[in-house]
Design a protein around this ligand. Sequence first.
Ligand code: NAP
Length: 244
Amino acid sequence: MILILGGTAEARALAAALDATGTPMLSSLAGRVARPRLPAGEVRIGGFGGPDALAAWLREHGVRAVVDATHPFAERISASAARACPAAGVALLRLERPGWSERPGDRWTWVDGLDQAAALLPRLGRRALLTTGRQGLAAFAGVADAWFLIRCVDPPAPPLPPHHELLLDRGPYTLDGELGLIDAHGIDLVVTKDSGGALTVAKLDAARERGLPVIVVRRPSRPAGVETVAEVADALAWVRAQAG
Ligand code: NAP
């Protein structure tokens, strides 16, 4: 059986392709969002209990290979897989979409984490569209001299910045939609992680079109020594090679 560590569009695309060919496969989700987009085929939901428990789980379930297709900012599960797979003698592939890159007209400032983004924010804008997700928003709780439009899938837990409005939504987003949001709320700054991918890139196109600055949080470093591909087709070929 192939285990896909999921929670991304790429993981769903891989699951759909494997399901269509009848490859024994199971997708795993963390269970963070209330109504996740479910991939095709079998799905399990919830953490494994750390790397040792994941290694035991892989052995118990006769897993042949793991594709870690989790989000570029999901550090712990990737670290867990990088430890558990060698321990269980299971092959591991990382499927990770490329990050975004700047284009002419962009006004991006790269930072190393949410704390840095929060520290920099008041110097770049007063009305921020904050799209870094539900987790880690406490980093912005002390930013009192800016107003935030916080967009995330499920309601975030406090502490949150004192001046904010919540917008519960999930992509994909369109350029027209993002321009409308920026104009309606008088947004003068966008804050994002370097998530990459097409589904949420429209905010960056909209920021460019309106000449707005963007704070981009750099991706965390990856576990060393894990074979990595960027395309679902390459992951599919790898899985076929493992199965064959
Ligand atoms: P994380 O910090 O790496 O994971 C925290 C814990 O959640 C892990 O230690 C693991 O628990 C469990 N977990 C995470 N992904 C799992 C999976 N696919 N299957 C089973 N257990 C999983 O991850 P996160 O940032 O909280 O993200 C959670 C999930 O949301 C990820 O699967 C990711 O693909 C998706 N996601 C994350 C972001 C983001 O910005 N971080 C954005 C979009 C989607 P145990 O240690 O108990 O095994």
